[in-house]
Design a protein. Structure first.
Length: 95
C-alpha cells in the first residue's frame, strides 16, 4: 500500500474508529454500572488506555515532548477532557 492510499484509508477510517471507541465508554458504563463504581471503572479504563498508549509510543519509536510548556498543555487538556468530561458522564450514568 503506497503512502497516498495509506493516508486516504486513515482519513476515511479514523473518524469511524474514533466514534466507535468513544461510544464504548458510555455503553460499557451502562452495562457495568451494577457491578463497579463509576469512578473505579473510569480509573481502570484510564490506566488501561494509558498503558496501551505508552506501549504503542515505545513500539513505534515516537519521541516524547521535550518542552515543559507542551507537557503542561497536555496535562490541562487531559484533565479537562478525561478528568472532568468523562468522569462527569460516569457520575451522571449512576443517577
Amino acid at each position: 500500500m503506497d503512502l497516498t492510499r495509506q493516508r486516504r484509508w486513515l482519513v476515511t477510517s479514523a473518524p469511524i474508529i474514533f466514534v466507535l471507541l468513544w461510544s464504548t465508554g458510555y455503553l460499557s458504563s451502562r452495562i457495568i454500572r451494577p457491578y463497579v463504581e463509576p469512578l473505579s471503572f473510569s480509573a481502570i479504563r484510564f490506566a488501561a488506555a494509558a498503558s496501551i498508549f505508552v506501549a504503542l509510543v515505545f513500539l513505534r519509536g515516537a519521541s516524547w515532548p521535550k518542552e515543559f510548556s507542551v507537557w503542561c498543555h497536555l496535562a490541562v487538556c487531559g484533565v479537562l477532557i478525561q478528568g472532568i468530561f468523562i468522569t462527569g458522564m460516569m457520575v451522571a450514568v449512576t443517577g
